[in-house]
Design a protein around this ligand. Structure first.
Ligand SMILES: NC(=O)c1ccc[n+]([C@@H]2O[C@H](COP(=O)([O-])OP(=O)(O)OC[C@H]3O[C@@H](n4cnc5c(N)ncnc54)[C@H](O)[C@@H]3O)[C@@H](O)[C@H]2O)c1
Length: 270
């Protein structure tokens, strides 16, 4: 169903790798709601993924950018305004990667070059993106910026490894930069904290299958899907949420406020 929530709005969507990506589902929903956008991803992901399919389907252009490189981001923002014909109303940062997770290093024995790389890709890239948008004055008034995060920023999930620390940093950047973006440009900045979701990044985390099943049993509404996340993001891009800013918004079926559920208790009393 379409509500035309984003009619006439222009945006940039980072992080659509394949049809499972949360950014992919979001791009489809933004398109349905009448928004136009450019898609972007790291050059390597453009070669490995299937983003051109999405571009064709949504009538959008793909502009490569490694989100850790300022010059790539500057080129992206300039080209996006050219292609879309004006300033930017909405931005989705949907980027995460830990080399320590990929290489199977334990949280307690990290390779710190990998730690640094993962932090740059997963957290600092959000600061870099916002700093380019801010300094180029590329956002429209009452624009909206969203980054995706996970509750391991607040609570311990051992296998989430150094991504937990990256997400804590990412959420802090949203608040700190959100202050300046709000004060100076009337732009809102929020993070959406999403349930575990079966994507390339999600499934890279050790024990993902057990974990997603556990979260499902703990959450009164069950896990939020990638489509649910896309819908929430649409609402955050729309004019219906104009004064929501500096928030970490849980889209998790209630998981974050649960202690225990009867479904989980039953497992232990069998
Ligand atoms: N899947 C989950 O369980 C889950 C839960 C909560 C939050 N999230 C977050 O959602 C976001 C999207 O992840 P996803 O689950 O859709 O997985 P995904 O693997 O489909 O998306 C991750 C994206 O990050 C991109 N990326 C990596 N390095 C980059 C770089 N240097 N420059 C630009 N892009 C780069 C990848 O190419 C990919 O498109 C991430 O921030 C992730 O941490 C995921």
């Amino acid at each position: 169903m379409s509500y035309n929530l984003l009619k006439g709005k222009r945006g940039i969507i980072f992080g659509a790798l394949d049809a499972n990506s949360i950014a992919w589902k979001t791009a489809e929903r933004v398109h349905e709601e009448g928004g136009t956008f450019v898609l972007t991803n790291a050059p390597i992901a453009l070669r490995m993924g299937t983003i051109n399919e999405l571009a064709e389907k949504t009538g959008s252009q793909v502009i490569p950018a490694d989100a850790t490189k300022i010059e790539d981001l500057e080129n992206l923002v300039e080209k996006a305004m050219e292609v879309l014909g004006g300033k930017i109303d909405f931005v989705l940062h949907s980027i995460g990667m830990s080399v320590n997770v990929r290489k199977g290093n334990a949280y307690t024995s990290q390779n710190y070059d990998y730690t640094h790389k993962g932090w740059d890709v997963s957290a600092v890239s959000f600061h870099k993106t916002m700093s380019v948008l801010y300094n180029k004055d590329a956002m429209t008034e009452w624009g909206s910026i969203v980054a995706l995060t996970y509750m391991a920023a607040q609570r311990v999930f051992p296998d989430y490894n150094d991504m937990a620390d990256n997400k804590a940093y990412l959420e802090s950047i949203a608040r700190s930069f959100g202050y300046f973006f709000g004060r100076d440009k009337n732009v809102r900045v929020n993070t959406i904290s999403q349930s575990p979701t079966p994507t390339t990044a999600g499934q890279g985390v050790k024990g993902f299958d057990g974990f997603i099943a556990y979260a499902e049993k703990m959450s009164p509404l069950g896990n939020a899907t990638a489509e649910d996340c896309a819908n929430y993001t649409i609402a955050m891009f729309s004019d219906l949420t104009k004064r929501v800013t500096l928030q970490n918004l849980f889209n998790d079926g209630g998981f974050s406020n649960m202690g225990v559920s009867t479904a989980v208790m039953d497992k232990f009393t069998e």
